[in-house]
Design a protein around this ligand. Structure first.
Ligand code: ZN
Length: 149
């Protein structure tokens, strides 16, 4: 198991160091801001939704390694997915990091790297912040600040 944990650690470090889709989507109609006051993580999620498809997704913000890596992995996982699949993935991810459901790791792809946070209750909010904020952006709650509290 040690090797696997090292691999997960590497995925998190890599996405923290070189976050994917770390940019603004100009003119985005689906924008949401999120904050995790407990850790100081802040994020803005931008979407470009066309019909039922999330054509583009990006984020900006500052936070700890877990929150940044989770946001980066989230953008990769959700891009080009349907709105319904993105919402399903939000639920799945939440179950995985809170340890409230057994999921097939194969279905999660790289996101499984974050499953280890379930052992660190304070970090769960770091990992879920981007996903809560994504949910708000999908709903078009562009003016609300989403907090994990
Ligand atoms: Zn954090």
């Amino acid at each position: 198991m040690r090797d696997l944990q090292e691999l997960y650690q590497e995925v998190i470090l890599d996405h923290n160091k070189r976050p994917r889709n770390f940019r603004v989507i100009p003119g985005s109609q689906n924008v949401a801001r999120g904050a995790n006051p407990l850790c100081g993580d802040q994020i803005t999620v931008y979407l470009r939704v066309s019909g039922q498809i999330v054509e583009d997704v990006s984020f900006e913000g500052s936070g700890c390694a877990i929150s940044t890596a989770s946001a980066s992995l989230m953008t990769e996982a959700v891009k080009t997915k349907s709105r319904a699949d993105a919402e399903k993935l939000i639920e799945t991810f939440h179950r995985v990091v809170t340890g409230t459901g057994l999921e097939d790791p194969a279905k999660l792809g790289k996101l499984v790297a974050l499953a280890g946070v379930r052992d660190f209750p304070l970090r769960v909010k770091c990992a879920t912040l981007a996903w809560h904020t994504l949910g708000a952006a999908l709903d078009g709650h562009s003016h609300d600040l989403i907090t994990t509290e």
